[in-house]
Design a protein around this ligand. Structure first.
Ligand code: HL5
Ligand code: SIN
Ligand code: MN
Length: 269
């Protein structure tokens, strides 16, 4: 599966591209079920909201749940990623941001590559993020908001905000948050667009695009899965490596599979 030239052009100029309902309702339900299972697994990979209540994010579900192992190798995802990178890809990071009903907090304005350069010594922004909507995303449940075209300005901030980290488990965008002064200029130049759509929709986005999201005000969740693929020639050189759940160590080129998300049904005799 390849993107059209127009889709590639959109990704390069806007910094994101929406692929409406790339996954079917049945596939999305299987992914939801796999996440329900995975969110129960105790461990460092599970990040709670700051009040200690609900699950804020879960990392590396692709190493525990077969549905996610299939998803990351799906030609519908991996082919466009390799097309955009112009090379082979491996999994840098896999996370699901849960944003539960009413209580899911927002994510501060940030650029992903700032975190990965600072925390992991990653040299080049040769990555592609693939966001998969596990629920419908609308104006009520805290869509990701992009500052379109902002990726072409490069990194706005190259040092952490200072002060105690919001989380010991990962870099919370709060720790690299852009200031109101940064955002005023960016929004003047580029405006803002939110990524909305039915469950099963995919949004590809650039590691340098400025983005963030508001809390979930709705009585339903906004579970957003984000797979970050890195170019195999761009492996990080960290002073101190972060845990494997947050930065993948298997840098071998990922191959597509025809065993995607749903189990292949056994044919009854
Ligand atoms: N939580 C990620 C990490 O690598 C960084 C953020 O949205 C990605 C900024 O720890
Ligand atoms: C992120 O950038 O990882 C958070 C975006 C979101 O889940 O709204
Ligand atoms: Mn981000």
């Amino acid at each position: 599966m390849q993107l059209s030239q127009e889709q590639v052009r959109q990704f390069r100029t806007q910094g994101f591209l929406i692929l409406d309902q790339l996954f079917s309702a049945e596939e999305t339900e299987a992914l939801q079920e796999a996440f329900r299972r995975d969110a129960l697994v105790p461990g460092e990979q599970r990040v709670l909201e700051s009040d200690g209540g609900e699950v804020r994010a879960v990392y590396a579900s692709h190493v525990r749940q077969p549905e996610f192992a299939g998803l990351i190798r799906s030609p519908r995802v991996l082919d466009p990623v390799r097309q955009l990178l112009g090379g082979e890809a491996y999994i840098y990071q896999f996370k699901i941001n849960a944003k539960p009903p009413f209580s899911g907090a927002g994510w501060s304005w940030h650029q992903d590559f700032a975190a990965w350069q600072m925390a992991d010594g990653l040299e080049q922004p040769k990555l592609v993020n693939v966001g998969v909507f596990l629920d419908e995303v609308n104006e009520f449940n805290g869509p990701v908001i992009f500052c379109p075209g902002s990726h072409r300005d490069g990194l706005v901030k190259k040092t952490p905000a200072g002060g105690p980290a919001a989380s010991e488990q990962h870099v919370d965008p709060e720790d690299i948050a852009l200031t109101p002064a940064d955002m005023t200029g960016l929004v003047d130049r580029h405006g803002l667009v939110s990524a909305k759509g039915a469950a099963g929709t995919v949004v590809l986005f650039d590691p340098e695009i400025v983005h963030g999201s508001a809390p979930n005000m709705a009585p339903y969740p906004r579970r957003l899965l984000i797979v970050t693929y890195n170019d195999v020639t761009n492996v990080p050189h960290p002073a101190v490596p972060r845990p494997e759940y947050v930065v993948g160590r298997d840098t071998a080129p990922l191959r597509t599979t025809d065993q995607e998300i749903l189990p292949v049904m056994e044919v009854m005799a």
